[in-house]
Design a binder for this molecule. Structure first.
Ligand SMILES: NC(=O)C1=CN([C@@H]2O[C@H](COP(=O)(O)OP(=O)(O)OC[C@H]3O[C@@H](n4cnc5c(N)ncnc54)[C@H](O)[C@@H]3O)[C@@H](O)[C@H]2O)C=CC1
Length: 463
């Protein structure tokens, strides 16, 4: 892996001290708004807005700009590219396929909605200035989708986890030119990572590590409070013009004095525990095969539990913060949920497929779970009849704090993952491949991270 990873992204590391850098030897990037302006120097909001107004008139699936670059102008770009440090791009202009959700009128109202088909992460001009082609679409399901048709000759595919373009083994087999998949955000499970390792000599999969971990951690703590304090039915009651304190107080508790456990204590899991310190919980627990350093455990006041089942049996509230991989797909099924403390709350902002949705809905109905909340579903967008849209605790009308996948896509987070995506693209097109090591999920036919499960090969034995 070292041959690919020559240096870290000094170019988009912040210049101010990182308060969380003590954690597990990870480097947690924090991004400043000012830094974003350096990357998008032409006042991105105004620039993007101006373009989006014109493009809003067309449906997203037709937002295809496959501008052919004449051979002569490639020579010019070659010189310009050299001057801008994009030397390799001059000789191999490539096609970038970008899959995002449609912003519609909202993208017009708020130009900082960078993760939309209208605003395209703010990278269209930059990509086209290098002579590359950008194809943007939200149409991603099925053989006749724009995504499936366009991936056949794409060299780079970018997608967010919020509207994931699923890159299955079958789709990878069709993508003969594909070299790199970039996740504009965190969580690359929408790519079949094992298949990526054996396709085209090993496709690189990279994500913008750290870009939205604070956003998610805040959402997790909020969801815990919303569930424990029975907020949703209480608000619905007053909005409906009613007043019945007993109806909502019968399922309202305090977070103080509760035992909380996280499945995984990576960047998000650790931040959740740090934020919970202020709530005087009874105990903060975690389960992860990569333990925190003892001094960090002491600082947070948390304790590792060796067996997942043992942790679940002790917790009033469980939060899931691990990636989706072979060992976590369907992990929270009836069998495991039955090992949780009866009447506990479960918060999942990691990935929808980590839980068996029917089993969660049944556990809410029986009262084994008092509440379930989060923002992740499978598939996404969630179908209208997805059971977790409406499931509630014993049918009391509460115990459900589900929202569309939004925790990691706050406007602050969008700036950070747009900037990080551009930095990864720049490393790729420059031919330097000087990615930040922590952004790499798979590269050169192998796992580059220890986060996607314990493996006999790959990231786990490359200490
Ligand atoms: N809802 C949203 O908007 C977002 C969701 N996410 C999800 O959260 C996940 C975690 O993100 P980060 O904390 O940044 O990742 P990270 O890479 O910092 O940490 C992942 C942790 O999970 C642990 N882990 C893996 N498999 C495990 C298992 N079977 N049991 C226990 N621990 C296990 C790893 O050892 C590692 O410590 C992402 O992979 C993604 O799926 C991330 C960002 C946004």
């Amino acid at each position: 892996m070292e041959e690919y990873v020559q240096q870290s992204y000094a170019k988009y590391q912040p210049s101010f001290p990182n308060r969380d850098s003590a954690n597990k030897g990870y480097d947690f990037p924090h991004f400043e708004p000012l830094y974003f302006l350096e990357i998008f120097p032409l006042q991105p909001g105004i620039m993007v807005f101006a373009r989006s107004v014109a493009r809003l008139a067309r449906p997203a699936s037709s937002l295809l700009s496959q501008r052919a670059v004449p051979q002569t102008s490639r020579g010019v770009f070659s010189q310009l590219g050299g001057a801008r440090g994009l030397t390799a791009s001059s000789s191999r202009q490539g096609k970038v396929l970008l899959c995002l959700y449609d912003g519609k009128e909202h993208a017009e109202m708020e130009p900082q909605l960078l993760g939309t088909t209208e605003n395209e992460l703010g990278i269209r001009k930059w990509i086209e200035d290098q002579g590359h082609t950008l194809v943007t679409t939200s149409d991603k399901e099925g053989e006749n989708s724009v995504f499936e048709k366009e991936l056949v000759d794409a060299e780079v595919i970018i997608t967010t986890p919020f509207h994931p373009g699923y890159i299955t083994a079958e789709r990878l087999a069709k993508a003969k030119n594909l070299k790199i998949c970039i996740t504009a955000g965190i969580g690359s499970d929408h790519v079949d990572l094992n298949a990526a390792n054996t396709t085209n000599g090993g496709i690189t999969v990279a994500e913008v590590t750290g870009s939205n971990v604070v956003s998610v951690a805040e959402h997790v703590v909020m969801t815990m409070l919303v569930l424990v304090r029975n907020f949703v039915p209480a608000h619905e009651q007053v909005a409906a013009g009613k007043w019945d304190v007993a109806a909502v107080a019968k399922n309202e508790y305090d977070l103080e004095g509760k035992t909380v456990g996280t499945v995984a204590v990576g960047r998000i899991g650790e931040r959740v525990l740090r934020r919970l310190k202020a709530f005087d919980c009874k105990e903060l627990l975690y389960f992860d095969y990569q333990p925190l350093k003892p001094e960090i455990e002491k600082e947070i006041g948390c304790r590792r539990v060796d067996k997942l089942e043992d942790m679940l049996a002790q917790c009033d509230i469980v939060t899931i913060n691990c990636p989706l991989h072979e060992k976590t797909r369907g992990l929270f099924n009836k069998e495991l949920i039955d090992k949780m403390k009866p009447g506990s709350w479960l918060v999942n902002t990691a990935r929808g497929a980590i839980v068996v949705k029917e089993d969660v809905a049944a556990a809410l109905k029986s009262g084994q779970l008092r509440g379930y909340g989060g923002d992740v579903w499978f598939p996404q967008p969630a179908p209208a009849d997805h059971p977790l849209r409406t499931a509630s605790y014993k049918n009391w009308g509460g115990g459900n704090a589900m929202v569309p996948h939004m925790s990691g896509t706050s406007l602050d987070a969008q700036k950070r993952y747009a900037a990080g995506t551009k930095a990864i693209l720049e490393s790729y097109f420059s031919g330097k491949h000087d990615y930040r090591p922590e952004d790499l999920i798979v590269i050169g036919g192998d796992y580059a991270t220890k986060a996607y499960g314990e493996r006999a090969h790959g990231g786990n034995n490359k200490k």
